[in-house]
Design a protein around this ligand. Sequence first.
Ligand SMILES: [Fe+2]
Length: 181
Amino acid sequence: MEHVPWARDLARHLLAEPLPTRWAHVRGVGHTAEDIAHIVGDDAELLICAAWLHDIGYAPDLNKAGFHPLDGARYLRDVEHADERLIRLVANHSCALVEARNRGLAEDLAGEFPSPADLVLDALTFCDMTTSPTGTPVDLEQRLAEAFGRYGDGHLVTRSLTQARPLLEASTSRVLVALGR
Ligand SMILES: [Fe+2]
């Protein structure tokens, strides 16, 4: 687990001061990842690091493309020279490709950061989708309902989450099975 302090400290450095609520969410996601990491075996450290780093693209200093999975992944690649699998997880968390398509960024995302499409990505998505924007535990239904209410009908994020919903449900289900719940 030698890289976990690096991931947590980097996320804190980038998010805690400018975006305290986002940092609270990330702390919840990080702790959920620590709780469920055993299901991915040798990739436990990878999952936990990705959980801490998944939203760094929201940091004002990183916001270049205006799409946080892509901005976060590019920062990890270009500045941190991070592990390739870690970068791909951050780029593709919570079905990012669906929203990337709606933003005209699908070729950038898929070209630079192909999806790992494995249980680690499912687990990362599960952690994000079962943590509220303020860091409290919720289920997927509550998480989506909150986002729909926050963004409103017709918003690109609402449309993207609606399209991604079956994929998010499938990821969540696979993780629940792995957890024996
Ligand atoms: Fe998140």
